[in-house]
Design a protein around this ligand. Structure first.
Ligand code: 5GP
Length: 115
């Protein structure tokens, strides 16, 4: 996978409002939030351009992203009202940064279909 600005955030070469970090996962607030709470959870050590690059051997890492997001949502008191977790893939999914990331959106009513 090529260099992305999310790699630069991992290396602290560009600033980000980091809200969570462990050995595998980094989470920071989206620069253009689409909800009162909008946080991106990304893998730190092994990055993939898109979900299409994820294989069976990566199942635990993908699970860690989801568990980091749900644990953070619970810790911040967002779980009862609810939230949305989204991963966009390629053009039709609306992906713009090619380092997979899990969006956590919360703090307002979401709608379906998303449009
Ligand atoms: P995608 O459209 O690929 O699913 O999501 C990429 C997200 O990254 C967008 O919501 C966009 O606002 C966010 N983003 C792009 N550049 C930066 C940046 O430099 N810093 C932060 N914190 N978020 C960014």
């Amino acid at each position: 996978m090529g260099e992305t600005l999310f790699n630069k955030i991992i290396r602290r070469e560009i600033p980000a409002d980091i809200v969570f970090e462990d050995a595998e996962v980094l989470a920071f607030r989206d620069i253009n939030p689409q909800a009162p709470v909008h946080v991106l959870f990304i893998p730190k050590k092994k990055a993939f351009a898109t979900l299409n690059d994820v294989g069976a051997a990566d199942a635990e890492l993908i699970g860690r992203l989801f568990l980091a997001a749900t644990a953070w949502a619970k810790d911040k008191g967002l779980a009862d009202d609810g939230y949305r977790l989204v991963m966009n893939c390629n053009a039709h999914g609306g992906q713009t940064v090619f380092h997979i990331h899990l969006h956590l959106l919360a703090g307002r009513q979401m709608h379906w279909p998303p449009g």
